[in-house]
Write a protein that binds this ligand. Structure first.
Ligand SMILES: NC(=O)c1ccc[n+]([C@@H]2O[C@H](COP(=O)([O-])OP(=O)(O)OC[C@H]3O[C@@H](n4cnc5c(N)ncnc54)[C@H](OP(=O)(O)O)[C@@H]3O)[C@@H](O)[C@H]2O)c1
Length: 275
């Protein structure tokens, strides 16, 4: 990957975190281009990362062996129209990270012969611990799949899907997922405070517990249900809390929440594809 030129269209949060991840993985700054309309943001990117910047999307698109589309979904169609001539000229691998924009929409806007990988990252990518799902169209070669995977791996986990319809489920599980865990941290902190802990102690204990639990679950050979049982002694404090949550139907609530988010993702994707 070190001799691959990568151009980012849109230099916002997600592009900056991918650039940070790539540079941390020994990609040289002179291999990276970013187009970004905001002059201040361009200057920040040059200062922070020493990458080449431009206000012109087509200039950046013409540079990349890989072109990463990192603009908001609402402007994606206009941006695709703008860079289409540059993309058609040298046919780079295109990676789109925009939520809800389907492979078929990108192919419709840029041309059917363009290799496109669609990735769905999440916000922890901003601190290099993201989780992304990827799907490729028929034009993508094995080498390009590896390239796309390496780029997304620079900010965390990357795994492949074979069925694009599952992107809506990924959006509901890991795309929106950080918010579910933030909500649990928020509630746990509030409960600690209500019961007498000072704000900072309640915050730190809640957050470190969330972090430690995720680390333990990732590193353990046991599944989360087993790990939960290990800390739930019969008649103990954890059992009382877990039973309260289960009696309140937390399982069904979570199932409904994720199913509703999946449906919303489908609806939004349909609207974006039609726009
Ligand atoms: N952040 C996440 O956790 C996350 C998760 C999953 C997927 N994504 C996807 O990642 C993409 C980028 O998200 P983000 O959080 O990085 O958003 P962001 O910080 O707003 O970045 C988008 C950047 O694109 C720039 N831009 C706007 N119009 C443009 C144009 N016509 N040509 C080139 N650049 C343009 C924006 O500049 P201005 O600020 O001047 O408008 C901004 O710097 C989105 O499609 C989003 O769906 C993000």
């Amino acid at each position: 990957m070190n001799d691959t030129k990568i151009a980012f269209i849109g230099g916002g949060n997600m592009a900056a975190s991918l650039i940070g991840g790539l540079l941390g993985g020994h990609v040289k700054p002179n291999m990276l281009w970013v187009s970004e309309p905001n002059a201040e943001q361009r200057q920040q990117l040059s200062i922070n990362f020493n990458v080449q910047t431009t206000a012109d999307n087509s200039t950046a698109a013409a540079q990349g062996d890989v072109v990463v589309l990192a603009v908001k979904p609402q402007v994606m169609h206009a941006v695709a129209d703008e860079i289409k001539p540059a993309i058609q000229q040298h046919k780079p691998l295109v990676i789109t990270i925009a939520a809800g924009i389907r492979l078929a929409s990108i192919a419709g806007w840029l041309g059917d012969d363009i290799p496109v990988v669609r990735a769905m990252p999440n916000t922890p990518a901003l601190v290099q611990t993201g989780a992304s799902a990827l799907i490729a169209n028929q034009e993508v070669t094995a080498a390009q799949r590896n390239l796309a995977e390496s780029i997304m791996r620079s900010v965390g986990l990357a795994l492949w899907l074979e069925d694009e319809a599952l992107m809506d489920v990924v959006t509901a599980v890991s795309g929106s997922g950080p918010a579910y865990f933030f909500l649990v941290m928020e509630i746990l902190q509030a409960a600690g405070e209500t019961l007498g802990l000072d704000r900072e102690s309640a915050r730190l204990l809640s957050l470190q517990t969330a972090f430690g639990s995720a680390k333990m679950a990732l590193e353990s050979t046991h599944d989360p249900a087993t790990l939960r049982r290990h800390v739930t002694s019969p008649g103990g404090t954890t059992e009382r809390a877990i039973n309260t949550l289960l009696d309140g139907n937390i399982r069904q609530l979570f199932m409904d929440a994720v199913a509703n988010a999946t449906q919303r993702s489908r609806d939004l994707a349909r609207q974006l594809g039609e726009s």
